[in-house]
Ligand binder design. Structure first.
Ligand SMILES: Nc1ncnc2c1ncn2[C@@H]1O[C@H](COP(=O)(O)OP(=O)(O)O)[C@@H](O)[C@H]1O
Ligand SMILES: [Mg+2]
Length: 379
């Protein structure tokens, strides 16, 4: 390489390093763990009772606020971002795109869809043929970025897909939904691995679309065999991106985990028994464990309870400190769902609020003021 070329190359590398740094700063400014809420539009088929009231309202002047009316009382929630019912798949992806870029830069990323059955989790993650959701948009973005960087970096992309049902792990890319176990890697790194898990190397967007279709088909067939509906299991799509810097040989590994969670509805309230009750308890336990893990991470706690469910155990190395997570909480706006909507928003608020600082400070301040014989302003 001529001296002039070397000089140019060095300058270019510096620019690339700066871009990565600024990108990360931007993502971190927004927060490494983000809790978003998407309000489902009222569809004709949801209106079983004519003229049902819409009880969820978003605020056009405040994109973090949302309020819910229950029994005549309004309750306000504040999250990192709220999507109004008319928000498009593209608008939702705009919030997620930067995390996909982080994944190519070597970060581990988790994106979850949470909510009661029918609230739009699968629509947000998978979407429809005409209007694809986060999964396809993320993968398209991933391959576009890889193409743009091809003179500087070489990448390989591997995909696996599993379902967690009743705390059992099944391979969605195997023929018969093989049951899998999570083990500690014998290589001494302490990392987890899943022996026997099928991992497919994908070469481009069209190829990965076929793999996604296979996982979706398998989810439905295995589901029918077990006489169970897909809304009662967590579906995970795990993409691993290995990068090699062509100039100096340095390597990065990023992971993108896209998770369509099981429905969060509390079925035991309607008197479920037997298998259905066991299922519900398992779902409840794993969603609770996920909430606890995110809350502990966001609160910078030293002990993170990863081992309390298969889901958090499996995602341990992607959820840990320094990684990035987005939780999209889906809610229905209709009065008939208000109980579940409030529960989902309380969950969202619980994992969201931690960063606001120690609560007791606020409480003691309020108590002092309230305990005063007259208000400060009256002095
Ligand atoms: N934002 C939206 N716009 C249009 N249709 C939606 C939207 N969200 C959900 N739906 C539709 O509502 C129905 C239930 O959504 P779905 O994603 O299957 O819910 P879940 O996966 O939470 O059970 C589906 O028919 C889906 O296409
Ligand atoms: Mg679904």
């Amino acid at each position: 390489m001529s001296e002039a070329n070397k000089d140019l190359m060095e300058k270019y590398m510096k620019e690339v390093a700066l871009r990565r740094k600024y990108h990360e700063q931007l993502v971190e400014l927004k927060g490494n763990i983000r809790v978003l809420c998407r309000v489902k539009p009222v569809l004709k088929e949801d209106q079983q009772e004519e003229g049902q009231a819409v009880v969820v309202t978003t605020d056009p002047n405040n994109e973090s606020a949302l309020s819910v009316i229950n029994k005549g009382k309004a309750r306000a929630f504040e999250l990192d971002k709220v999507f109004h019912p008319q928000a498009t798949q593209e608008e939702v992806f705009q919030e997620i795109g930067p995390l996909v870029t982080s994944c190519i830069d070597g970060y581990h990323v988790c994106i979850f869809a949470y909510g009661q059955t029918g609230s739009g989790k699968t629509y947000t993650m998978e979407g429809s043929v005409e209007n694809p959701g986060i999964n396809q948009r993320a993968l398209k973005h991933l391959f576009n970025e890889i193409e743009e960087r091809k003179d500087m970096w070489s990448y390989t992309v591997n995909v696996s897909s599993v379902e967690i049902y009743n705390e059992l792990l099944r391979d969605l890319l195997s023929k018969d939904g093989e049951k899998l176990d999570i083990k500690i890697n014998p290589d001494g790194t302490g990392q987890l691995h899943v022996p026997g898990l099928r991992v497919t190397e994908v070469k481009g967007f069209q190829h990965i679309k076929k793999v996604l279709a296979k996982a979706r088909r398998n989810r439905i067939t295995f589901g029918t065999k077990m006489n169970q509906h897909s809304s009662r299991s967590h579906a995970l799509l795990c993409i691993t991106v290995h990068g090699t810097d062509l100039a100096n040989g340095s390597k990065t590994t990023g992971k993108l985990n896209l998770v369509d969670l099981a429905g969060s509805e509390r079925v035991w309230k309607s008197g479920a028994e037997g298998e259905r009750l066991k299922e519900a308890q398992n779902i409840n336990r794993s969603l609770l464990a996920l909430g606890d893990v995110i809350q502990a991470l966001r609160g910078n706690q030293t002990h993170i309870p990863f081992r309390n469910s298969r889901l958090t155990y499996l995602l341990q190395d992607s959820l840990g400190k320094g990684n990035k997570t987005a939780m999209v909480v889906q809610v229905s706006a209709l009065e008939s769902n208000v109980g579940e909507t409030l529960c989902s928003l309380k969950f969202a608020q619980k994992v969201c609020r931690v960063e606001l600082g120690p609560a007791h400070v606020t409480i003691s301040f309020r108590m002092t003021r309230d305990a005063m014989p007259y208000k400060t302003s009256q002095r």
